[in-house]
Design a protein around this ligand. Structure first.
Ligand SMILES: CSCCC(=O)C(=O)COP(=O)(O)O
Ligand code: MG
Length: 228
């Protein structure tokens, strides 16, 4: 089998629990988003992402309140909007820095990432969460600061996770041939897109999920089970 030289991992459902994202991060951002936007309305990056959100929704003209309402609805719908994710990441920063939560990573993940790095593999993240949010999550993980392990981060600014071209661009950016890159995710549509771009794939099916009898991607219950 072709040697794996780089691993690109998803976060939610793969390195970290869906519950940490849905039950801790999303409610934290939802509660604070209206006040955060009002108090940061003169910040250029906030203005930029509000404008992008309004554009994405097809609003020709929208008040700040209308865009806030839109963003709250998108949080409830778990919409993978680049603009929403950027704004959520800005809000989560306060919570991490105040010690209000630490990011969940599954128990075997940190040691396995260290082992892969020790074997010379390059490690990357690809998540719908913004790159700053990804860095915060691994900086403030419950297994300590894992950011030194990663060579790079990708978010939906490179493309949507269910589109083949996103993975084509990622392998170009990391300078590898696709067959030397393993993409790990819990979402089969993301794995289908990565496989169509020629990447190797690993499907994380964390307990209590059951591994199907004939999974269409190599399936693993945790990182320690992954065969390179
Ligand atoms: C980067 S932490 C927040 C994760 C997030 O907002 C999200 O939507 C998770 O998506 P993923 O692509 O990691 O499944
Ligand atoms: Mg996921």
């Amino acid at each position: 089998m072709t040697a794996i030289r780089a691993i690109v991992t998803d976060i939610e459902g793969t390195t970290s629990s869906i519950s940490f994202v849905k039950d801790v991060l999303f409610p934290y951002a939802r509660k604070r988003l209206p006040a955060y936007i009002e108090t940061h309305a003169d910040h250029a990056d906030v203005q930029h992402w509000l404008h992008e959100a309004a554009k994405e929704a097809g609003f020709v003209e929208a008040s700040r309140q209308e865009v806030i309402g839109l963003l709250l609805r998108w949080i409830d719908e778990d919409r993978k909007s680049t603009a929403l994710k950027a704004l959520q990441g800005m809000i989560w920063k306060d919570g991490y820095e105040a010690g209000e939560y630490r990011a969940h990573v599954y128990p075997e993940v940190a040691a396995r990432l260290h082992a892969w790095r020790g074997d010379g593999l390059r490690l990357y993240v690809y998540s719908s969460g913004s790159v700053p949010a990804q860095k915060l999550l691994f900086r403030y993980s419950d297994a300590g600061d894992l950011t030194p392990l990663f060579a790079g981060y990708f978010d939906t600014e490179i493309g949507a996770k269910r589109e083949k071209d996103s993975y084509v661009r990622i392998v170009e950016a990391i300078g590898e041939r696709p067959e030397h890159v393993l993409f790990l995710s819990d979402v089969v549509e993301e794995l289908d897109a990565a496989a169509s771009a020629g990447l190797r794939t690993g499907w994380l099916l964390r307990s209590p999920l059951a591994v199907p009898a004939q999974p269409r991607h190599a399936a693993y219950t945790d990182f320690d089970a992954i065969q390179l």
